[in-house]
Design a protein around this ligand. Structure first.
Ligand code: TXA
Ligand code: MG
Length: 350
């Protein structure tokens, strides 16, 4: 099953230096972050950024996150007001992406922002991501290293399985500790807006900066990529399942899930569940064995919000034949959420 695994390399000082050189030469490199593996490209190089969209078959209207080594480097591409600076000081490096006004002299490829005058910036905490960003000395655009619409990778083998040789090199740093993508917070308007629940609990942010508005509400423009269906295995996903039907796999949560096929966290820990989510969805994605993946209810707080958000998108109906792969599937036609997530928008996370 592992296509293109010859380009998987254990992360060492030498392979990180080689990866940095490849990025600078315009090649694509997949690398681990604390959230998920990213498919990296030099964010200042139009051709390299275009290659990322192509490799993922990602719609061009859906902008990419730009990764930088520290706050100083972030300040060179985005404008920080006092609130943005404070949020960055509290939560960077870490699983938080800030959408900010883009600096006119940022030097970034315009493709990165999909034509918007904003930019999504993140300082990852993962030691290998940090070493790579320091070594290559330039901003790195990196969406999750999976084909658009599919489950994000949390190991190097996941990347090799689905993207094959699209990346010149896949730096192997073991499993990602957080396991779900970064929280995306838009600070470009008068009020902070949550564009995507993720690895940093919204509650932690709200304790610092007060209430955070849900995306898509009020008079704010809709976010660029809005997909109801995403993070989707081939086998249908049935969240909030209280009973398992014949033929289904049961993805459990907590100590009472004794008959589960796999258990996200036998001790009922949401961080452990987030770290296991994507790998277990992949393990159960066996159409020859299961009719569906039933998932037990997951509490909707802390990292549980990100988990429920991903499950809801994985469960959304496939677009009717003739409407493509689902990349422009309208969020409004998706199913009702398995739990109500205040502060959650509907968007594409490519
Ligand atoms: O954890 C993560 O964030 C991972 C790792 C690799 O860092 N990256 C990731 O990237 O999940 P991606 O491309 O799969 O998700 C990026 C999200 C999308 O929802 C995109 O629409 C949004 O960020 N985004 C990027 N730039 C934006 C902008 N200027 N305005 C609004 N949303 C933006
Ligand atoms: Mg993604």
């Amino acid at each position: 099953m592992t296509g293109g695994s010859h380009n998987v390399r254990a992360a060492t000082a030498e392979t990180i230096a080689e990866a940095a050189a490849r990025l600078a030469a315009g090649e694509l490199v997949a690398f681990p972050t604390e959230t998920v593996y990213g498919l990296g490209a030099d964010a200042t190089n139009d051709l390299a950024v275009a290659a990322v969209f192509k490799a993922k078959q990602r719609p061009r209207f859906n902008p990419l996150i730009v990764h930088v080594v520290d706050f100083k480097a972030a300040e060179r591409i985005a404008k920080f007001d006092a609130k943005a600076e404070a949020v960055a000081a509290w939560h960077w490096p870490g699983p938080l992406t800030l959408v900010l006004p883009r600096r006119a002299d940022a030097g970034l490829s315009y493709l990165v922002s999909a034509g918007l005058n904003t930019v999504a910036v993140r300082v990852p905490s993962h030691a290998i991501a940090q070493a790579l960003l320091a070594k290559c000395g330039r901003p790195v655009a990196a969406p999750s290293a999976n084909p658009s619409g599919r489950v994000s990778p949390t190991t190097a083998a996941h990347v090799a399985d689905t993207l094959g040789t699209a990346a010149a090199m896949i730096l192997d740093g073991g499993p990602c500790p957080v396991g779900v993508e970064s929280t995306v917070l838009d600070l470009t308007g008068p009020k902070p807006v949550l564009l995507r629940p993720g690895g940093l609990a919204v509650e932690s942010l709200e304790r610092r900066i007060g209430p955070i508005a849900p995306a898509g509400g009020g008079d704010r423009p809709r976010a660029p990529g809005m997909l109801a269906r995403h993070y989707a295995p081939a086998v249908p996903v049935r969240p909030n399942a209280f009973a398992v039907h014949p033929g289904e796999a049961l993805l459990g949560f907590g100590p009472e899930a004794v008959n589960a096929t796999l258990n996200l966290s036998p001790r009922g820990d949401l961080q452990e569940a987030a770290a296991n989510l994507f790998a277990m969805l992949r393990q159960l994605d066996r159409p020859e064995a299961y009719t569906a993946i039933a998932v037990m209810p997951i509490p909707c707080a802390g990292l549980g919000r990100a988990i429920n958000d991903r499950l809801r998108r994985a469960a959304a109906p496939r677009p009717p034949a003739g409407e493509g792969t689902g990349d422009v599937w309208d969020a409004e036609r998706g199913p009702a959420a398995p739990c109500v997530l205040p502060g959650t928008g509907d968007r594409d996370d490519g």
